[in-house]
Design a protein around this ligand. Structure first.
Ligand code: AMP
Length: 543
């Protein structure tokens, strides 16, 4: 027997309508390339998204067509999110930090018909224009006064494109599993793979994101997503904020700049911010140097890479900011777990609480987890056993765009193999020990590079650290610690190795230390281990 409840489809346009009706006057503040502080409201945003939807119809866009964006976080990009997906097209967010060959690959693979671009990425597109012949037009997201000279053909100015369009638009109704957005994983090997989100997955994920033990986002919050709109839909924040009615602050092209961030956080009364650890490193360093305090910020959601315990501690002790770690992937929309304190753990010591906060987090309803052994049998949740992490749920991808199961990432019983190795403790907190391919194998056992990195991050002379495995004739591999020193600090390799004593198992302590000026980062701000391994491929260990 079926229930008798309405089957109204979960559509992104419904969030837009909700935001316009209930939070129409709530502010959206953007830093853009042509305006240091643009202000308007949710009502304005949705009106302009509807103008864009009308303009796309005028261009001949059909349901399911891919319309790409190549842009930083600002209000025009946000309008594109709602205008494109709401009208039934697929918003393909492109990461501008990809190599030109990867850009060419994903634009052609996605069969993008139009690309909406920031002015600053026009040269990038000019350089590859002859290799993306199926793109019918480029829309530069600025006004006529700021239009660049360009050799691109069929170029339109965003403001002119929408200027004469109506701000009335009847959002179409369609199946909630219709594709809404497309994001390619910046795979370190092989071609990038496209994750194709749908309206249903996006809305369910947004409901989860606003929940108290996840982002805890309400209409009283002011949210600054430092995570790019091209990185897993900015972790769903544009949908969650519209659903909640939170004020949104979009940092534009200077997202990684500590000074810009600090000023925005303070002057716009930001209560919640989201970003990868490298972003916070820059902010905390800036605060340390200038003596600034983050008085208004209440919490940060940090994920995309392991969050060093020392970072959580610094936020807590110096700024009274709660760090919520999250784990997720492009394939999981991305939220999979979040690390808030469970009932029953309140009376633990501050140190123990920090231990929980330093884990990736505990399960969010909607994303099931399991860890398995080599035969695929479930491992115990004892905080000790580790193995490949598998997930499933309504916002986890069931396949990649146009790969028809050939990626080999899904198990026969319908779970997605994340490529991460993890432990899960009896309280349900999951901790990532490594990416499968980054695990260091020493003497038949595994060493967690993440734990070695997190441990050394607590040393005051270390600004950033990465650990990689170097081939060893006896042990198969031994860890090499690669360190960027904190500004004005000096330290020797031996001092750093001594710091590990008593903090990790003796045989885990890296064999050698190398100092570098900077570490290579991926397009989404994570340390690029593959590049680091390449840099040190001929490295001779001292022991
Ligand atoms: P991406 O799809 O580019 O967002 O990358 C997802 C990957 O980032 C995951 O598979 C993990 O390897 C890594 N990651 C994300 N969050 C965390 C976390 N909290 N701790 C450790 N690794 C993380």
């Amino acid at each position: 027997m079926f229930g008798l409840m309405m089957n109204t489809p979960l559509l992104i346009s419904a969030i837009a309508e909700h935001a316009a009706r209930y939070h129409g006057g709530r502010e959206i503040v953007s830093v853009t390339a042509d305006n240091p502080r643009h202000r308007y409201t949710y009502g304005d945003c949705i009106g302009r998204a509807k103008k864009l939807a009308n303009a796309l119809n005028g261009l001949g866009a059909k349901r399911g067509d891919r319309v790409a964006t190549l842009a930083w976080n600002d209000y025009r990009h946000l309008e594109a999110y709602y205008g494109i997906s709401g009208a039934g097209h697929v918003c393909h967010t492109i990461n501008p930090r990809l190599f030109p060959e990867q850009l060419v690959f994903i634009i052609n693979h996605a069969e993008d018909r139009w690309i909406f671009t920031d002015v600053m990425f026009v040269p990038l597109l000019e350089a590859i224009a002859d290799k993306i012949p199926n793109v019918e037009g480029f829309v530069v997201m600025t006004d006529e006064a700021h239009m660049p000279e360009t050799q691109l053909s069929n170029v339109m100015c965003y403001e002119s494109l929408i200027a004469d369009e109506s701000d009335e638009f009847d959002w179409p109704e369609f199946d909630e599993q219709t594709a809404s957005a497309l994001c390619y994983t910046s795979g370190t090997t092989g071609d990038p793979k496209g994750v194709l989100y749908d309206h249903r997955s996006t809305l369910l994920h947004a409901y989860a994101a606003v929940a108290p033990d996840v982002m805890s986002m309400s209409s009283r919050d002011v949210v600054l997503p430092v995570v790019p709109l091209f990185h897993v839909n900015s972790w769903g924040s544009p949908y969650a904020a519209f659903m909640a009615g939170a004020k949104l602050v979009l940092p534009g092209p200077k997202m990684g700049d500590g000074e810009v961030l600090c000023e925005l956080l303070d002057s716009e009364d930001v209560t919640l911010s989201l970003g990868v650890p490298t972003v916070w490193l820059a902010l905390l360093q800036y605060c340390e140097k200038t003596g600034k305090r983050l008085d208004k910020l209440q919490r940060t959601l940090i994920g995309g890479a392991a969050v060093p315990r020392s970072m959580i501690q610094e936020f807590r002790d110096k700024h009274d900011v709660e760090v919520r770690q999250g784990w997720g992937m492009t394939e999981t929309s991305p939220l999979g777990v979040a690390s808030t304190l469970k009932a029953g753990l309140e009376n633990r010591s501050p140190d123990e609480k920090l231990d929980f906060a330093a884990k990736a987090g505990r399960g969010i309803f909607g994303c099931e987890l399991r860890i398995v052994d080599e035969e695929g049998s479930a491992l115990p949740w004892d905080g000790e056993a580790y193995g490949p992490l598998q997930v499933r749920g309504p916002w986890v991808c069931s396949d990649y765009f146009k790969l028809d199961g050939s990626a080999g990432t899904h198990t026969d019983d319908g779970w997605f193999d994340t490529g991460d190795v993890a432990t899960i403790d009896p309280e349900g907190y999951m901790a990532i020990t490594d990416r499968t391919k980054d695990v260091i194998k020493s003497g038949g056992e595994w060493i967690s590079s993440i734990e070695l990195e997190n441990t050394i991050m607590a040393h005051p002379a270390v600004a950033e650290a990465a650990v990689i495995g170097i081939a060893h004739p006896k042990w198969t591999e031994r860890p090499l610690l690669v360190v960027v020193k904190a500004e004005g600090q000096d330290v020797t390799g031996d001092e750093l190795l001594a710091f590990y004593e008593g903090r990790v198992a003796k045989w885990w302590i890296p064999t050698d230390v190398e100092f570098v000026d900077e570490l290579p980062h991926t397009a989404t701000g994570k340390v690029k281990k593959i590049e680091l391994r390449r840099q040190f491929k001929d490295y001779q260990l001292s022991g």
